[in-house]
Design a protein around this ligand. Structure first.
Ligand code: UT7
Length: 341
């Protein structure tokens, strides 16, 4: 089996910053409550002309530029998202066109906030078997579009964003290990109805927004992240202590801290940006990964553990070694692609 390496990375967030002070004007909450219960100070929100597709395209273009490849070399575009710009076609179809991957296949993958881990795991299989050579994996969500802005239990937590990587076959580093689980008996803890669902379950107001059992998910999340981190370490044969950086799903700083405590991982080995972006769902882990590389927190030879959980209820983890040179990489300003979807 061939090894899998990340050769390009990129992120994209909308320009519009929404602070806790702005949310205080919408629902009965406070900056103090949001910060102390979740660690979040602000999040980004898509403007009228932005969508999951525009963010995914921008993040994807940056990843392709960093990988120094021609987009026509890409064999497959996998977009992990739950906030499709349209129900049909897949948002990946717009992204394939938008990044110029004209020889690629493309599909969306819905595994909620665990989606990027699942997508990278799927891509790794195609590369490892030799079926494909270069794959663009993107995690992106515009959760602001499915929020009930009158529900203080959810609207304070989420934001919009995207992250992307290019993966290719290579000889360096440790083999990528994946652990992925789902417990469908808890599937109703975090849902968004669909107009195609059972008629009796359609919301009377036809508003398709998130409903969530926050405290139940909190308890599940800590256990799930601990389980996934331990299991993926067993699979990779590498002790948790020997990882240089853990990148968790950025749902809530308290969940991240509780899982780190249980795993005895010091917080200086855990990357967080939830304070600035909130929970960007599928975008969360790749956005944090790309930002960590650009912030100099990841260098060649570092061992990285990605760990997440989400609706489903799904959870998982993935280990890899960072094999790309980071020092010379400079992000050039690529303008947002013309609105597609
Ligand atoms: O990608 C996965 C997505 N989902 C998650 O990650 C959610 C995980 N869960 C959480 O992050 C936390 O459960 C929350 C942040 C949602 C809530 O924090 P909590 O510490 O579990 O608070 P709680 O739900 O137990 O609520 C405590 C109190 C309640 O008031 P009473 O009953 O004690 O009087 C709530 O009504 O806080 C109240 N409350 C709020 N107060 C001000 C709930 N939301 C808010 C709010 N502002 N936004």
């Amino acid at each position: 089996m061939r090894k899998v390496q990340i050769t390009g990375w990129g992120m994209s967030v909308p320009e519009k910053v929404m602070t806790n002070a702005e949310i205080e004007k919408l629902v009965d909450t406070s900056d103090e409550w949001i910060k102390s219960r979740s660690g979040i100070s602000e999040r980004r929100i898509c403007g009228d002309e932005e969508s999951v597709a525009t963010m995914a395209i921008e993040a994807g273009k940056r990843a392709i530029e960093r990988a120094r490849i021609d987009p026509a070399e890409i064999d497959l575009v996998i977009l992990a998202t739950l906030t499709d710009a349209r129900l049909l076609p897949s948002t990946a179809a717009y992204v394939q066109e938008g990044v110029g991957a004209r020889r690629a296949g493309a599909f969306d993958l819905d595994c909620a906030c665990t989606g990027f881990i699942a997508g990278l795991g799927v891509a790794a299989q195609f590369i490892a078997t030799g079926a494909m050579q270069k794959i663009l994996v993107i995690g992106a969500d515009a959760v602001s579009r499915i929020l009930d802005w009158t529900d203080r239990g959810t609207c304070v937590l989420f934001g919009d964003g995207a992250g992307a990587v290019v993966v290719e076959a290579g000889d360096e580093g440790i083999p990528l290990s994946l652990y992925l689980r789902n417990d469908g008996s808890a599937a109703n803890a975090l849902t968004v109805p669909s107009p195609m669902g059972v008629r009796s379950e359609l919301p009377a107001n036809r508003e398709f927004v998130i409903t969530m059992d926050g405290p139940a998910i909190f308890r599940f999340a800590v256990e799930a992240m601990v389980d996934a981190a331990r299991e993926v370490c067993d699979r990779s044969g590498i002790a948790l202590d020997d990882f240089d950086l853990v990148i968790p799903h950025q749902a809530n700083l308290r969940i991240i801290q509780a899982a780190a405590r249980a795993l005895k991982v010091p917080m200086d080995k855990v990357y967080t940006n939830v304070e600035r972006y909130g929970n960007t769902s599928g975008g969360s882990i790749p956005l944090a990964l790309a930002e960590a590389v650009d912030a100099g927190r990841i260098k060649k030879g570092d061992r990285i553990l990605l760990v997440g959980f989400g609706a489903g209820m799904s959870w998982g983890a993935l280990t890899l070694e960072w094999t790309a040179e980071t020092a010379s990489a400079r992000l050039s300003e690529i303008p947002l692609a013309a609105a597609t979807a």
